[in-house]
Unconditional design. Structure first.
Lengths: 114, 110
């Protein structure tokens, strides 16, 4: 039981390049989330998917797109990377019960945009 | 923006000490409360949920005060392995989203 897995672990992009961060969970969770974490800013929600087939914007969605590929997988795409997107990206999942949402996190992707 | 406020620390305490962290939240509609632990360069991990009646898990005790909108975490008999950043987390009723505090850093010193 791997929990939440993310690929890649590290990535360096040049400004304007695109990439997709992959996330998968094997806990049969309904809801999945993408966060970014920056020094002094804490964790901020980018997008989430309450259930398969739905996605919604979080606090900082600009510059990102997401795809809930199936119940297990939720990807985050940067179409044209900018230095301001240098961050650590975490994927998380939860059972999806409103109001009782313990979330379980993947190990993160460290992204640097030069 | 809904806020969760924590003292960033750092709290530097000797092994065996008792240390307490507080956290305040602004949204009175908050329904679920958690403490997460995050080690340096690692992902946040759930430490414990916080219930209205308070709850204890070994050396860790969490309390919730809804009237004053604050949550506390008490760590007894601190171990070196308790060194980490502790995140206070709140879930608004009817929402899938969690709001994270920026964390309180704890260093336990030999």
């Amino acid at each position: 039981n791997a929990g939440v897995t993310q690929t890649p672990k590290f990535q360096v992009l040049k400004t304007g390049q695109s990439m997709t961060l992959q996330c998968a969970q094997d806990m049969n969770h309904n809801s999945m989330y993408w966060y970014r974490q920056d020094p002094g800013m804490g964790l901020r929600l980018i997008y989430y998917s309450a259930s398969e087939g739905t996605t919604d914007k979080g606090e900082v969605p600009n510059g990102y797109n997401v795809s809930r590929l199936n119940k297990r997988e939720f990807s985050l795409r940067l179409e044209s990377a900018a230095p301001s997107q240098t961050s650590v990206y975490f994927c998380a999942s939860s059972k999806g019960n409103i109001g009782g949402n313990e979330q379980y996190f993947g190990p993160g992707t460290r992204l640097t945009v030069t | 923006r809904k806020e969760v406020e924590q003292d960033p620390g750092p709290f530097n305490v000797p092994e065996g000490a008792t240390v307490a962290f507080n956290c305040t939240y602004s949204n009175s509609a908050s329904q679920s409360f958690f403490w997460y632990r995050q080690d340096c360069r690692k992902e946040p991990k759930l430490l414990m949920s916080v219930y209205s009646s308070g709850n204890e898990d070994g050396r860790f005790t969490a309390q919730l005060n809804r009237a004053s909108q604050y949550i506390s975490l008490l760590i007894r008999d601190s171990k070196l392995s308790d060194s980490a950043t502790y995140l206070c987390v709140v879930n608004e009723a009817g929402s899938y989203q969690l709001t994270f505090g920026k964390g309180t850093k704890l260093s336990v010193i030999p």
